[in-house]
Design a protein around this ligand. Structure first.
Ligand code: SF4
Length: 456
């Protein structure tokens, strides 16, 4: 059996590659291969793709030494439900004619599996399903991923896929795929078996994704992690280290980004011994944590180990500075804990550029003054502020309560989950004030970058 795995385009007002690699599609590729399936792979979001050759680079494009950057993009018509937004809408990724040309050179697949990410990026998924149907009319099209899991009814009705594949863990998902395709095989291993992503399918990159655990013990009211990965598990350390060895030796990796949601949970049993061994093996890798670290678990020892083992980007999930909001959204961190964690990071030698705190805005009933207070509080501790726009996500407690709190009901259409709509969705943060806030945050960040880290 031969299966084509396809990572589709993003349709949105803006998109930036913040270490966005199709990790789960690469893990699926590995599992399919283990079961004897031949795999082809196409990633529309691969910024190093040979299929982009000769195209004008995106504006403001610059080489980012850590593996992030702007996608190639083309303006496309704005969906009518979003016509109140005075911004251009774009398709991010390799242009469809070039993708099609490449796909025509592949062997005919017996099935196609399309990945999906953000719920409001589903138009890119639909475009992919239509292309696959045209190019490979005989092949069943399966759809999985975040949108397919969180909006499965919508996906069943509108995506054009023949089947939606979701499940609580990998062996179950792969076995469901085999069942749908009538393939008489069982995925080897169980939930806790290490899955090395099929890194060879990303050959030529220098920054690789790594997932060492799944799940999170916190229950933040705005986060969908429990709907996506209900089970918390930690993969065996030796297996992770073998993959890191291979990344350095065979793939020439210089950067690795952790995709874990709760990297520091069970730190004594998991991350600390892993990092100690990484220090001992002296890989010379730079590590990045685009998913925020649990602030509460950062003490002086952890901070020093993160520094020694090569962490170059630390993101912290502060979100709010007000204790009542910190508490009612799940209590994952309080301000005094943030101050202590920042002190440890500073003393360990991290700079303001390396550490960034997510501050959320656009939550129901969140005044702009409260957002600004959060930004100033984070910057005062010496880290950059990363504004995180609230997106109402199905499957989260807050989504159920969102309808009345906004100008429009996000449940009416997944396109309305888009975080970029925050200034239009919120009753308390008008667009002009949002623009001012962004300017003020950039000045804050400039100051953070200029100011030597106190306590270092
Ligand atoms: S701590 Fe992070 S991953 Fe865990 S529930 Fe909260 S936002 Fe989600």
């Amino acid at each position: 059996m031969r299966i084509l795995l396809f990572n589709p385009w993003i349709h949105d007002f803006s998109a930036f590659d913040h270490w966005t690699r199709p990790l789960n599609l690469l893990r699926l590729a590995s599992l399919l291969r283990r079961s004897g399936v031949q795999v082809d792979f196409y990633d529309c979001l691969n910024r190093r793709s040979a299929d982009l050759e000769g195209l004008k680079p995106p504006p403001r494009h610059r080489l980012n030494p850590y593996g992030c950057g702007h996608y190639y993009r083309e303006e496309i018509p704005l969906p009518s439900i979003l016509d109140f937004v005075p911004r251009k809408y774009k398709r991010y990724g390799t242009p469809p004619p070039r993708v099609e040309e490449r796909l025509r050179t592949l062997e005919r697949p017996d099935a196609v599996i399309i990945a999906s990410m953000m719920t409001y990026w589903h138009p890119g998924v639909f475009e992919a399903a239509a292309m696959m149907r045209r190019l490979f009319p005989h092949a069943p099209i399966l759809l999985g991923g975040i949108y397919a899991t969180l909006c499965s009814d919508h996906a069943k009705e509108f995506s054009g896929a023949d089947a939606i594949v979701t499940g609580p863990h990998w062996p179950a998902i792969v076995n469901r795929i085999f069942e749908i395709l009538g393939f008489d095989s069982k995925c080897p291993g169980d939930q806790s078996t290490w899955i090395e992503p099929a890194y060879d399918l990303m050959r030529g990159d220098f920054c690789y994704p790594l997932l060492t655990s799944t799940g999170c013990p916190c229950h933040c009211t705005y986060c969908a992690t429990h709907a996506l990965w209900p089970r918390s598990l930690f993969y065996p350390r030796e297996a992770i280290l073998e993959s890191l060895d291979r990344l350095v030796r065979e793939f020439g990796a210089t950067d690795v980004s952790f995709y874990d949601d709760a990297l520091l949970v069970k730190k004594k049993e998991h991350l600390i011994p892993l990092m100690e061994e990484i220090v001992r093996r002296n890989y010379g890798l730079r590590f990045h944590t685009p998913n925020a670290l649990h602030v509460r678990r950062i003490d002086r020892g952890v901070a020093e180990l993160l520094k020694r083992s090569g962490f170059a980007t630390i993101r912290l999930g502060l979100e709010f500075a007000q204790r009542d909001r910190q508490k009612t959204t799940g209590g994952k961190v309080y301000s005094d804990e943030f101050v202590r964690a920042m002190e440890s990071l500073r003393k360990a030698g991290f700079t303001g550029r390396e550490v960034g705190a997510y501050v959320m805005y656009g939550m129901p009933d969140q005044p702009i003054e409260a957002v600004w207070e959060g930004c100033r509080f984070a910057a005062k501790q010496g880290c950059e502020v990363k504004l995180a726009m609230y997106s109402p996500i199905p499957g989260t407690p807050l989504f159920e309560r969102s309808a009345g709190a906004f100008r429009f009901d996000p449940a009416a259409d997944p396109l309305l989950h888009n975080c970029s709509l925050a200034p239009w969705r919120s009753r308390s943060i008008p667009y002009e004030e949002y623009q001012n806030l962004k300017k003020k945050v950039s000045l804050l960040n400039e100051n953070v970058r200029k100011t030597p880290f106190r306590g270092a």
